[in-house]
Design a protein around this ligand. Sequence first.
Ligand code: NAD
Length: 441
Amino acid sequence: MRIAVVGTGYVGLVSGACFAELGHDVVCVDTDRDKVAKIQSGVPPIHERDLPQLVRRHIGRRLRATLDLTEAVTSSDMSLIAVGTPLRDGKIDLSFVRAVAEQIGTALKEIRHYHVVVVKSTVVPGTTEKTVLPILEAASGKKAGYDFGVGMNPEFLTEGEAVSDFLRPDRIVLGGIDDRSIDAMAEAYRQFDSVPVVRTNPRSAEMIKYASNTLLATMISLSNELANLSAEVGEIDVPTVMEGVHLSRYLTSEDGQTAQLASFLYPGCGYGGSCLPKDTKALVSQGMELGVPMRVLEAVDHVNRAQPERMLDLLRRQFPELVGLRVGVLGLAFRPGTDDMRESPAIPIIHKLVSEGVEVRAYDPIATESASAVFTGLNIKLCEDMAEAVQDVDAVLLITRWDEFAQLPALIARQPVPPLLVDGRRMIAPVSVPNYSGIGL
Ligand code: NAD
């Protein structure tokens, strides 16, 4: 199948490279010249495990990148819209999706063969049929369902594990305006014949994506709220509480396998990234517009926004005055395995530390470049390695669960005056360092 992917960010590039791996002919379109040039030279512009190998293997063969949307769409059987859907003024900003729909619609005028336009971006329920489809019809002068197909195929990849998530999907959700559109999308995923497929309409597909993300966000905020209360009650350690919770037969099968979902029931310093915070807020805003207040999700977002501050509360327990302290911050990306800093809890934590007069030394195994863009003008030191960030500091704040940070107790043991460790991910055993504090303890 010939596939055009419009928007070559995390979702677009991973999808494009993986579709090429599945044997399709893929052209990736972006307005960013540098991204297109990098991809054409075989180098992904983002950090994602296994992606460099895929791009190198297929570029110039089954994968190419271009700035020319019209040429890409007219030479394809299916176009995927994979541009960003950020939040603007608290609600979803569909301007990139609209702009691309307009351009694809114009290109559709020239197409003689059947073509299906698929929304892969995360869009609030109703968008594909009420926004994208009318734009495509108006720009093309053609009729959806007769002259071309329209579908919605949400993406469930997790940054850091995106390639393996795409190539080993747990489900494929195909929302189409008719059977022909769904069949065309199904053709792109033909190789995954043992993976469950949900065939539905576009707005149910859109809602499946939001329901999935907001469920995870809710579990994280619930765990964090329980952790905060446990810490105040005292003599409760929330990981032990969660161990007890997970033994429920709803979360652990008879052969002792814990449900994957359970990993979201764990305390921390808050969720970040380009999806959970924005998708939760976008659904709250859609509910407000439609007169359906989303009380649970409002609370989920509220708890999450307050959670990074808990790290400073824990720091203040030992150092009531933060001014003049030297603090090492470990982990800047919103999760391990990625250099994506979007909505990372590290951002409010570092800003707060600096505003309180703390000298910050920060380290992340791979997000240094994106961090230097995020913290431009802020007086912090971005360190080359973990040892430098924790040397001679008063405290260490652990923000991201990178495997490398498991070495922290050994580094701390070498210091004459061991710093306080504030563990924002509960990844270090409290007994392994002399001075430990953690969320939910
Ligand atoms: P991104 O910001 O990384 O990439 C978007 C790309 O679109 C950019 O490269 C941008 O230059 C390009 N673009 C913008 N306007 C364009 C135009 N008119 N023509 C061509 N290209 C254009 O975004 P992302 O993280 O890949 O997310 C894309 C969508 O997928 C969002 O709706 C997001 O919510 C959703 N999603 C993201 C993830 C994730 O983990 N990042 C996972 C699932 C779903």
